[in-house]
Design a protein around this ligand. Structure first.
Ligand SMILES: [Fe+2]
Length: 182
């Protein structure tokens, strides 16, 4: 069965051997290869939220539960990430800054549909938005090569696509509010 302490130790060892996402991605890929085991270990998703599994200055591990059909605005991380899906779906849109555009506007640059068993690495300067396109909760393990909660970074207004300061508390609230929808 998926064992959280073991998973954290494996991620720490991977990071110690290679500071990039390369080996951590392999740890995450191995874990989500058996989604039933992860569901047993972390529990069946019950409500949307960003659940902290491990937090250190150089490594953050989250259990991210996406509400049905919820979308989060474009944002960056300023550190690499690995997204491993163990139930449901994540549609990622990737964005890029428009050179010289006022307000730091972005434009869509690509997309990636993620499903259970996928483990996708994201580079340190990636900008993405995420949608859960299905009518049930999606569960994903997100691993970040840094302090997810403390880093200075940006989000983009979903309507104007202009850059602003990322507000982690607002993001947590957005997840929480989806639980009150129905
Ligand atoms: Fe993200």
């Amino acid at each position: 069965m998926f064992d959280l302490d073991r998973f954290v130790a494996d991620c720490r060892a991977a990071l110690a051997a290679d500071r990039s996402h390369k080996l951590v991605r392999e740890v995450v890929a191995q874990a989500v290869l058996d989604p039933t085991s992860v569901l047993k270990g972390l529990g069946e998703p019950q409500r949307a939220g960003i659940h902290k599994l491990y937090h250190a200055p150089d490594l953050t591990i989250l259990n991210v539960i996406w509400a049905p059909q919820m979308t989060i605005m474009p944002h960056n991380h300023q550190m690499w990430a690995v997204i491993g899906i163990y139930t449901g779906r994540e549609d990622n849109i990737f964005w890029r800054r428009i050179p010289g555009a006022p307000g730091g506007r972005v434009e869509a640059a690509g997309a990636k549909a993620l499903s259970a068993k996928d483990a996708e690495p994201l580079g340190g300067n990636i900008i993405h938005s995420v949608t859960n396109p299905i009518p049930r909760l999606t569960g994903a393990i997100h691993v970040y090569g840094g302090d997810f909660f403390g880093a200075e970074r940006s989000e983009w207004d979903p309507e104007s696509l202009e850059e602003g300061r990322y507000d982690v508390a607002k993001t947590m609230r957005l997840f929480e509010e989806t639980n009150a929808r129905d």
